[in-house]
Design a protein around this ligand. Structure first.
Ligand code: DX5
Ligand code: ZN
Length: 237
C-alpha cells in the first residue's frame, strides 16, 4: 500500500561539526527540518561515546525545534529527568538496554515528554507489537547502533511493513491511541514509525514505501551542498 502520511525528516546532529553544535542546530532549523535527532551513546550499550544532557541543553538554547533524543545507553530510566530538564521533547530508549521497558515509558510520559522505543536490527518485530499501543514512537534501527555513515540494512524494511500493517489493521494512531468509540482513524495522525541509519535518497523511498513516516538522516544530509534541498529530497524521494 502506498504511504499516504506526511513524512518528517530529522537530521542527525551526530554528523554535524561538534565544535559548532549551536550553529549546526540553527542551520538544521533554518533548513526546514521537523526536528533535530540527538544521539546519546554510553560506550557500553554501543561502542562509542557522544553527548550528554549539557550538550542537549546547549542545543535547546539555540533553537525552537523539537528535540528527538535517541539514548543508546544502559539504565535509561536513571537519565530521564536529566534529559527532560535539558529540553528533550521525546526520549527514545532501547528495548535491549532496558529491564523495565513499561515503567520507563510511563516515567518518560509522566515527566511531560514523549516516549519512543528503539529496536536493534537483530531484534524481531514480535518484540515490538505490545508497545505499539503504549508509546509515542517505534524506532527500527536500519544499521547497528553506534556510528553514523554505515550502510542501510534493507531486511529491516520487513519490520517497518509489519508494524505499519499492524497499526492500520488495529487502527492504532499517533501516541498509541486506538481509534474507536466514534473516533475516525482517518482524521487522526498516524502512529510514528521511525527509521535511523543509512537513510539517503534511495533508501528513503524504500522506507516510506514500507510505511515509515519519520526518517533520521546523518551523513547523507550533511554531505549535501544545501541542507534544505537535501531535506526536501528525503521528504519526497
Ligand atoms: C547511529 C545513530 C544514527 C546516525 C545516523 O547509531 O543512531 O542516528 O547518526 O547517521 P547516518 O544517517 O549517517 O547513518
Ligand atoms: Zn539515532
Amino acid at each position: 500500500m502506498k504511504n499516504q502520511y506526511p513524512i518528517q525528516i530529522y537530521p542527525s546532529i551526530l554528523s554535524g561539526d561538534f565544535g559548532r553544535l549551536s550553529d549546526e542546530a540553527k542551520r538544521i532549523e533554518a533548513a526546514g527540518a521537523d526536528a533535530i535527532h540527538i544521539d546519546i551513546m554510553d560506550g557500553h550499550f554501543v561502542p562509542n561515546l557522544t553527548l550528554g544532557p549539557k550538550a542537549v541543553a546547549a542545543i535547546n538554547r539555540s533553537v525552537n525545534l523539537f528535540l528527538d533524543v535517541h539514548v543508546m545507553i544502559y539504565h535509561p530510566f536513571d537519565y530521564v529527568e536529566a534529559f527532560v530538564s535539558a529540553g528533550a521533547d521525546r526520549i527514545t530508549f532501547h528495548f535491549e538496554a532496558t529491564e523495565d521497558v513499561e515503567e520507563t515509558i510511563h516515567f518518560i510520559r509522566k515527566c511531560g515528554v514523549k516516549a519512543g522505543l528503539a529496536f536493534r536490527p537483530e531484534t524481531s518485530f514480535s518484540m515490538a507489537v505490545k508497545y505499539l499501543t503504549q508509546c509515542d514512537l517505534i524506532l527500527f534501527m536500519t544499521v547497528s547502533p553506534g556510528f553514523g555513515g554505515q550502510k542501510f540494512m534493507p531486511d529491516i524494511l520487513e519490520k517497518v511493513r509489519l508494524a505499519r500493517e499492524y497499526c492500520d489493521r488495529n487502527q492504532i494512531r499517533q501516541g498509541g491511541v486506538v481509534a474507536k468509540d466514534g473516533l475516525r482513524p482517518d482524521l487522526l495522525p498516524p502512529f510514528d514509525i521511525q527509521v535511523d541509519g543509512g537513510v539517503n535518497a534511495l533508501t528513503a523511498k524504500a522506507c516510506i514505501d514500507a510505511g515509515a513516516n519519520v526518517l533520521v538522516s546523518g551523513d547523507f544530509l550533511f554531505q549535501q551542498p544545501n541542507l534544505s534541498s537535501g531535506i526536501q529530497l528525503l521528504r519526497a524521494p
